[in-house]
Design a protein around this ligand. Structure first.
Ligand code: NAD
Length: 275
């Protein structure tokens, strides 16, 4: 690894596992100091311990602006600054076969974490950054926020909101040299998908997760699945100075899924285009 983020201080919400922990570890490897905010104290503390003096854990529910305020304040206090804010914490909500079956029981929670968490995290970081020479804010959207589809309607709406908000905040905050960009991952194996089916029987959940993963694999032009490290790579790029002329952008880290259908259908080997 390089030294791309030497001297920088970052916050990663939802940083205890999945894509978040890959970003934390990569940021530290690039010379940054990182505060991990997550509701999972066990995993968050273990990760901070592994990273040594370069990382701290603070128990934080990203859906609660008061807790985010304490997260940012502690970061500035302990590490004397804030240059990078990654609003990564996100939940899928419950998977439904159809909008016709959706009771919206988890609407408030999904919106609080995925939308309010991103808005409040952006505002808090930007308030500090605006008076301290600027910074980089990275919001996690999803292919589900770019592309229409079924199953998790509230999640899709929340992730589309993240994109629109990110672009709007980028316009407002540009005058302070605060850059705001989105990463829209797709099809990266983490616990996210399994959590969407956690109310089903284990067998049904496993069947559904496998079916969804197969469908996503068929829809992705690049033959390989992505990894959390692929998302961490994009985050380092947005966090560091190489992307200094980028703001208000959405980077799909999805193997080409949102670009279009693959030419070859991998399940049958038959060409879907012209012969
Ligand atoms: N994995 C993918 O392919 C994928 C695709 C599209 C978008 N995303 C987005 O990337 C982000 C990370 O997803 P992931 O796949 O790593 O998910 P994950 O479920 O594996 O990990 C999420 C992390 O966030 C934490 N978290 C959950 N609710 C929280 C809250 N209220 N406050 C603080 N922390 C909380 C969890 O404890 C966990 O550590 C999410 O915003 C997700 O929507 C992921």
């Amino acid at each position: 690894m390089g030294n791309e983020l030497a001297g920088k201080v970052a916050v990663v919400t939802g940083g205890a596992s999945g894509l978040g922990s890959a970003m934390v570890e990569r940021f530290v490897a690039e010379g940054a100091r990182v505060v991990v905010g997550d509701i999972d104290a066990e995993k968050g503390r273990a990760l901070a311990d592994r990273c040594g003096a370069a990382a701290l854990f603070q128990a934080t529910d990203a859906g609660d602006p008061g807790q985010l305020t304490r997260l940012v304040a502690r970061t500035v206090q302990e590490f004397d600054g804030l240059h990078i804010m990654v609003n990564n914490a996100g939940i899928s909500g419950k998977m439904h076969r159809s909008i016709l079956d959706d009771d919206f029981a988890d609407f408030q929670r999904v919106m609080s974490v995925n939308v309010l968490g991103v808005l409040a995290g952006t505002r808090l970081a930007a308030r500090y950054m605006a008076g301290h020479g600027g910074g980089s804010i990275i919001n996690l959207s999803s292919v589900g926020g770019v592309q229409a589809g079924g199953g998790v309607m509230t999640y899709r709406a929340s992730k589309a909101a993240v994109i629109h908000f990110t672009k709007s905040a980028a316009i407002e905050l540009a005058q302070y040299d605060v850059r705001v960009n989105c990463i829209a991952p797709g099809n990266i194996p983490t616990d996210l998908l399994a959590k969407a089916s956690s109310t089903m029987s284990p067998e049904k959940a496993e069947r559904m997760t496998r079916a969804m993963r197969d469908a996503m694999n068929r829809d992705r032009p690049l033959p390989r699945e992505g990894t959390p490290a692929d998302v961490a790579e994009a985050a380092v790029y947005f966090a560091g100075d190489r992307s200094r002329y980028l703001t208000g952008t959405v980077l799909a880290v999805d193997g080409g899924t949102t670009a279009g259908k693959p030419l070859l259908r991998r399940n049958t080997g038959a060409a879907s285009g012209s012969s």
